[in-house]
Design a protein around this ligand. Structure first.
Ligand SMILES: C[S@@+](CC[C@H](N)C(=O)[O-])C[C@H]1O[C@@H](n2cnc3c(N)ncnc32)[C@H](O)[C@@H]1O
Length: 372
């Protein structure tokens, strides 16, 4: 069966750029074949401009001093409190955040917040809680909390989760989320009506930021677990309607195992957003191309494929590092990812958010479903 998204979306580019290119490419994979549909619609582009450029900065990521000065501007205290409002679905933010180097001083992350006894003596506020991780936040909080001193990436208003809801319907579903980072997607899933969300995060700092998010935004149906999601999935007998694996596959040493584990714990749909290896595309780039080691043949669960060693290098020293738990990972090719999903029973794949020139490497998003 050939299917595709009916949404008109101007072509997205890294860092939230929306170009003048009015071509929207929709892809669907069915039974191993890829179907492509292109739409040309100048109105879609101008509509998206009205929505997006009014709210998103041209580049959604800033580095070093740029981030610091942006944080300084945002550091006004707010007393905003409340429960979870309906999520802002549009405008669509940049799919695939760009996490860049941070140069803040880790030795005094809470300077000015704590007194000598480690107490916060200012009146209680959400901003106090966020400032425990001053300079470490990647995500920007959603309205009406947008002025809280957090990050810049709009992960609380992410088009990938909105797309998942359109395709799979999140309401009353149980959801497994891998690597929530700061709970932005978790917040959206709860706001969209998920009945229960289990989010597994291995980074201690990210986990604690998720708990801050949970408390500040009043999440009640999300549970954050601290630990390795691969170990969790190997040991757990839990099953979920939907799995969200955004920004995690390319951090794995054995990505085919993660796909198999996802398939064995997910009864319905898997949202996967990931970078992938493409030798031709990466050869054109000095930056990420040089991070790859040799290719090697691999096999997991009867699925033969090729792995491309990826080294984090200096990124491991970044205070905002949000990669995997090992110094290196292994990337798969795009076709191997799709074939691996099919090998594990997820033969129906819809593709969106194609970004061949994403600064961190070629990337795409997909929703995989079991064959009907
Ligand atoms: C690139 S961020 C993606 C964040 C978010 N899901 C998104 O799509 O924007 C990767 C997240 O996965 C977490 N992570 C990486 N490997 C993990 C593992 N083995 N177990 C649990 N969390 C992991 C990282 O700490 C980080 O929070």
């Amino acid at each position: 069966m050939k299917t595709g998204s009916d949404n008109l979306m101007a072509k997205r580019w890294p860092c939230g750029h929306v170009t003048g290119d009015t071509v929207t490419k929709h892809e669907c994979v069915e039974g191993g074949s890829i179907y492509v549909r292109e739409e040309h619609d100048p109105l879609a582009y101008s509509a998206s401009l009205r929505g997006k450029h009014a709210r998103w900065s041209p580049r959604l990521s800033v580095s070093g001093t740029g981030l610091k000065s942006a944080l300084d501007r945002l550091r006004s205290r707010t007393r905003t409190r409340g429960r979870v409002p309906a999520p802002a679905v549009a405008p669509a933010p940049a799919p695939g955040p760009v996490f860049e180097n941070r140069t803040h001083d880790l030795t005094s992350p809470t300077a000015g917040l704590l007194n000598a006894q480690g107490f916060v003596m200012a009146p209680p506020s959400p901003a106090n809680a966020l400032r425990l991780f001053d300079g470490q936040w990647s995500s920007r909080f959603p309205p009406p909390w947008g002025d809280l001193p957090a990050g810049k990436i709009p992960l609380f208003e992410d088009a990938r989760i909105s797309w998942l809801n359109e395709v799979a319907g999140v309401k009353n579903k149980t959801v497994l989320e891998l690597g929530p980072l700061e709970g932005g997607h978790t917040y959206m899933l709860e706001s969209l009506g998920a009945s229960a969300i289990t989010s597994v995060e291995a980074s201690a700092r990210a986990y604690l930021r998720c708990l801050v998010t949970k408390e500040v935004l009043g999440l009640t149906r999300a549970r954050f677990l601290l630990g390795d999601f691969v170990a969790y999935l190997r040991a757990s007998g839990d099953s979920f309607d939907i799995a969200v694996a955004s920004g995690v596959l390319y951090h794995m040493e054995n990505p085919a195992e993660l796909i198999a584990l996802l398939a064995s714990h997910c009864a319905g749909h898997v949202l996967l957003w990931t970078h992938y290896y493409d030798g031709d595309l990466l050869a054109e780039r000095e930056d990420s191309g040089s991070r790859f080691g040799p290719a090697r043949a691999a096999s997991f669960g009867g699925f033969d494929h090729t792995l491309y060693e990826f080294n984090y290098n200096e990124a491991l020293n970044w205070s905002g590092f949000c990669g995997g738990g090992e110094p290196r990972s292994a990337w798969m090719s795009r076709s191997d990812i799709i074939a691996c999903l099919a090998h594990n029973g997820f033969g129906h794949v819809q593709i969106e958010f194609d970004s061949q020139d994403h600064p961190n490497g070629p990337a795409f998003g997909l929703i995989a479903s079991r064959e009907r």
